[in-house]
Each structure stands twice: as C-alpha cells, then as structure tokens.
Design a protein around this ligand. Structure first.
Ligand code: FPP
Length: 261
C-alpha cells in the first residue's frame, strides 16, 4: 500500500519547500502534541483550556498535512502514562475525542480522511470508545489522509504485547522461532499497516520521545519545536517539512556519491 521511504511530491508547489532541490514530502508524520498546559498557564487559564485549544490545532494541522501531500498523520493523544494525571484532567481528556469528532467528523469525511487508532482501547471509557469507533467506521472507506490517533498508547506496552503474541505463536507451533525477523516483530506492533514515520515532530520545547513509537522511529527524522501545541499552525508544519526535506537520510549507509575506503 505504501512505498516505504519514497517521497511523493506535495499537492501544491509550496514556496518554502521550493528552495530544496528535491521536493520531499514525508509520507508519515507523527506528532507529540506537547505544551497545552503551559499554553493555558501563560494565559492564566486552567490546563484544560489548553487541551480545548489543542483540538483547533489538530484540525488546522490535519488540513495542512493533507494539502502538503502527507499521507499519514499520527497524533499522540493519550499515553499509557497519562492516567497518572489528576482525575479531572484525565476525565476531560477522555471527553476530547467525542468533542472533536462531534464538531469535525463531517468535515473529515468531506476531506476523505480515514480516522484510525493505535493503542489499548479497552481501558477507555465507553463514551470515548464509542466516539472513536464511530469515526473509524464512518471513515473506513475513505481513501485520503490517514489520521491515526494514538490513544492509551505506549511503546513499552506495545512491545510487550508483541513479544507475548510471538511467544504464543511459537508455543502453538504456528511460527518457527528462527523465522522471527524484524518484519515479524513489526507486524505484531500496533501500527502493522502503516509505514514507519519519516518525520517526528514534538512541540512544547521538551526533547524526549516519551514512550512513543520507539521501534518505528528507528530511522525517523526528529524535529523539536519550542512552540506550544495550541500555537502550532500551518506555517509551523511547513517549516518542519521544509527542514525534513533539507536533511540527508542514510539509514546507516553512506551518502550517495561518497567514496568508500
Ligand atoms: C500534552 O500537553 C498534551 C496531551 C497530554 C494531550 C493532548 C491530547 C489531545 C489534544 C486530545 C485530542 C484527542 C482527540 C482524539 C481529538 P501537556 O498537558 O502535557 O502540556 P504541558 O507539558 O504544558 O503540561
């Protein structure tokens, strides 16, 4: 379905990208949307005001990603560690998918977006689960941008689950231990149908991965922005993509044309 590591030209001639010899648009962009609480605090507002504003950014960024020709946008919406937050904040965060999808689902359908999820959905409250399952079902046949929400997602949980599933298959003689390859592991992760992210963006000024797609990010280009997520906009995404386009990806090999000695 996806050609791994090949970049397709964006839908438009983006002026900020034109300066690069090759107009490389990442196929899969993953984003750690950080800084909502600080955005709100700076304005003397409760943290939840930042999360509310975050949804507007999701809408903007989804549209812009699609316009640029990005094929998959994965958003870290709730981590397996986020349950440690005060209950009122967790309760509020669990209402966001419903709120977001109530207001934007029709628009996403018009945009031909496919909503998907990644994570352990079994722990989500039923109102959250219903909202996301409804959106996934309603957009299943769409063929445009994949908007993949990481919900109750954590890489450690993902890897442990993959290991357990593989051990089970080996135990049941459905899989030979010798046949466990990188591809087999990848197939047992929570993103089996997606190419690995080409670009990871983290907003909010922190420089860490916070248990996000650790396997899949092995050769991903990392981009850290000081902007708080509610401030991140179309230009911010264009800048990240432009910096991505200027980078040389070597996947552990040598640069094209460089001498071996
Ligand atoms: C980080 O900001 C953000 C989050 C923990 C959650 C963001 C989640 C959403 C916007 C939910 C959207 C979900 C859907 C399905 C629409 P922070 O609170 O850690 O900010 P801080 O670092 O400034 O405290």
């Amino acid at each position: 379905m996806f050609e791994k590591f090949s970049f397709k030209t964006g839908k438009t001639d983006e002026p900020s990208l034109a300066s690069h010899k090759v107009n490389k648009i990442p196929v899969h962009v993953a984003i750690i949307m950080d800084g909502n609480g600080r955005w709100a605090k700076r304005r003397g507002l409760p943290r939840i005001a930042g999360h509310r504003e975050a949804m507007k950014t999701i809408k903007r960024v989804t549209k812009e990603a699609d316009r640029l020709g990005i094929k998959v946008l994965t958003l870290y919406a709730f981590s397996t560690e986020n349950w440690k937050r005060p209950k009122p904040e967790v309760d509020f965060l669990m209402k966001l998918p419903q709120q977001f999808l109530n207001s934007y689902l029709n628009e996403l359908i018009e945009q031909n977006v496919q909503v998907r999820t990644m994570g352990d959905l079994s722990r989500l409250p039923s109102h959250t689960l219903q909202a996301v399952e409804h959106a996934v079902a309603r957009t299943q046949k769409n063929t445009g941008l994949i908007l993949n929400f990481a919900l109750n997602y954590g890489s450690h949980l993902e890897i442990v689950r993959a290991m357990k599933a593989i051990i089970q298959e080996v135990g049941d003689n459905r899989l030979d231990a010798e046949a466990v390859t990188e591809e087999v592991v990848a197939r047992h992760l929570m993103s089996p149908a997606l190419p690995d992210p080409d670009l990871l963006i983290r907003t909010g000024g922190e420089v860490r991965l916070s248990n996000f797609m650790l396997w899949q990010l092995a050769y991903t280009e990392l981009y850290f922005s000081d902007e708080y997520w509610p401030d991140f906009n179309e230009q911010s995404l264009q800048k990240a993509v432009s910096i991505f386009a200027s980078r040389q990806r070597r996947y552990g090999g040598l640069m094209e044309g460089s001498e071996e000695n």
